[in-house]
Design a protein around this ligand. Structure first.
Ligand code: ZN
Length: 439
């Protein structure tokens, strides 16, 4: 690795990157996204613009593992008029007012019946909660608790200009082929309506990462997936089972725009290469960060790490989902995400890719049992000098961990042995045809 190479994995103009990321989030913010529909489709097309992008459409009713692709939902407008005919709730003001997958409706009803379909947050009276009902046929509106308390008795007119019928589920994919067919998977969910951190932040940051990687030579193949949460990543996996053996690891990127410190959730394996790499980058770069073990909740890491899929996929976030008051409410807006946080999340991802790209990998050519070092004169190569024990240890660490999935940096981390000594001993093992350097 030379200095110029290392430099290539540092973000050039952090401020300009931050502004660009925030501007794209602002452009996508008004679209009414859901797990299907035009808002989702338009978001995916914008993300894929200028990249080798495929928009996948999986027809409603298609079986995907234990799931079935749902009907497609589109909502053009929804509002409520009070007894005086005044509009009191309107999706023209915020997409969050309509519950996702609400059935079409145009009816008058008393306040008491309307109340059964209203959602608000008494503990945060100025925030509109985001609600969905994907699999139970229903309708509903969200509003601030302050507005809700102002509603007077009488007849309300409720209008939902929506369609729920067979169509398709959309997800987007960008593949950047590398010298090697083994892949790194980067995935972000795309199904949330006008919410900025969860998850426009993940979408715009991974899209920019794809743009940067597309412009440079690559060792590994990178696959970016932007899909609706849960059902979308399941649709992707069901349609791509043949690639799974080639995936070396990956990341779910979600909630990376808020001002909180970065957090990393490990893959189910816990010490997979992705885990070692991300933790190394965070340790080196960030003053404050948190690392969590895998749990079968959260975002699409649940699907990628499910036992029948078994991909080592970790998750990069800032403040973990559900633990900030703006989560899934109108408080998660464009002011909540900052250009600085977006850019620094991108910088971390770029360094993670740099670690993958620049990792030095050896392969133990006599890996069944330990090779017989004495017969090859390798104990003599250790010499009589002080540090003989450490030189022997370096040799054993190299032989044991040079399995193609531990880089020299990983062996350095695991063993605590100095990099220069590992390199020297690797050279000796190569001369004795016990190690080969992988491409
Ligand atoms: Zn969410």
């Amino acid at each position: 690795m030379n200095a110029a190479d290392e430099h290539a994995w540092i973000l050039d103009d952090v401020e300009a990157e931050g502004r660009g990321l925030h501007a794209l989030a602002s452009e996508l913010f008004p679209l009414l996204r859901s797990i299907t529909g035009e808002g989702l489709r338009q978001t995916l097309r914008t993300l894929g613009d200028g990249l080798p992008f495929t928009l996948h459409e999986v027809p409603s009713g298609t079986p995907i593992f234990d799931w079935t692709v749902p009907d497609e939902w589109n909502c053009r407008r929804a509002w409520i008029k009070d007894p005086q005919g005044q509009v009191v709730v309107d999706t023209a003001d915020s997409n969050l007012h309509i519950m996702g997958y609400s059935l079409p409706l145009h009816e008058k009803m008393p306040l008491s019946r309307l109340q059964e379909h209203l959602y608000s947050l008494p503990e945060h009276e100025d925030l509109i909660p985001w609600k969905t009902s994907y699999y139970r046929r229903d309708w509903g509106f969200s509003l601030t608790d302050r507005r809700r308390r102002e509603l007077v008795e009488g007849e309300y007119e409720v209008f939902i200009d929506a369609e729920l019928k067979p169509g398709s589920l959309s997800y987007g994919e960008v593949v950047l082929p590398g010298r090697r067919s083994e892949e790194i998977l980067i995935s972000s969910h795309a199904c949330h309506p006008s919410l900025a951190n969860d998850n426009l932040s993940g979408l715009v940051v991974t899209r920019r990462l794809a743009q940067i990687l597309a412009e440079r030579p690559r060792r590994w193949t990178y696959r970016f997936v932007w899909a609706p949460g849960t059902v979308g990543s399941i649709a992707f996996l069901a349609g791509h089972e043949e690639i799974l053996p080639r995936v070396r690891g990956g990341l779910v990127v979600a909630g990376v725009g808020d001002p909180g410190p970065l957090s990393y959730k490990r893959s189910r394996e816990g010490r997979a290469q992705i885990d070692r790499i991300v933790e190394r980058v965070l340790r080196r770069r960030e003053k404050k960060y948190r690392v969590f073990p895998f749990t079968p909740d959260g975002y699409d890491e649940r699907q990628y790490n499910s036992p029948g899929i078994g991909l080592p996929v970790g998750r990069l976030s800032r403040t973990p989902w559900g633990s900030y008051p703006q989560y899934h409410t109108s408080g998660d807006d464009l002011q909540f995400i900052t250009p600085e946080s977006l850019a620094s999340s991108l910088a971390v991802l770029l360094e993670v890719c740099g670690q993958w790209e620049q990792g030095v990998y050896y392969r133990n050519l006599r890996s069944k049992g330990e090779p017989q070092l004495g017969r090859r004169g390798l104990y003599a190569a250790l010499g009589g000098h002080r540090g003989r024990d450490e030189r022997e240890a370096a040799m054993l660490w190299l032989l044991n961990f040079s399995d193609g999935s531990h880089s020299l940096a990983d062996i350095e981390d695991e063993s605590g042995i100095d990099r220069a000594l590992l390199e020297e001993m690797a050279g000796i093992l190569q001369e004795h045809e016990l190690l080969s350097l992988e491409d």
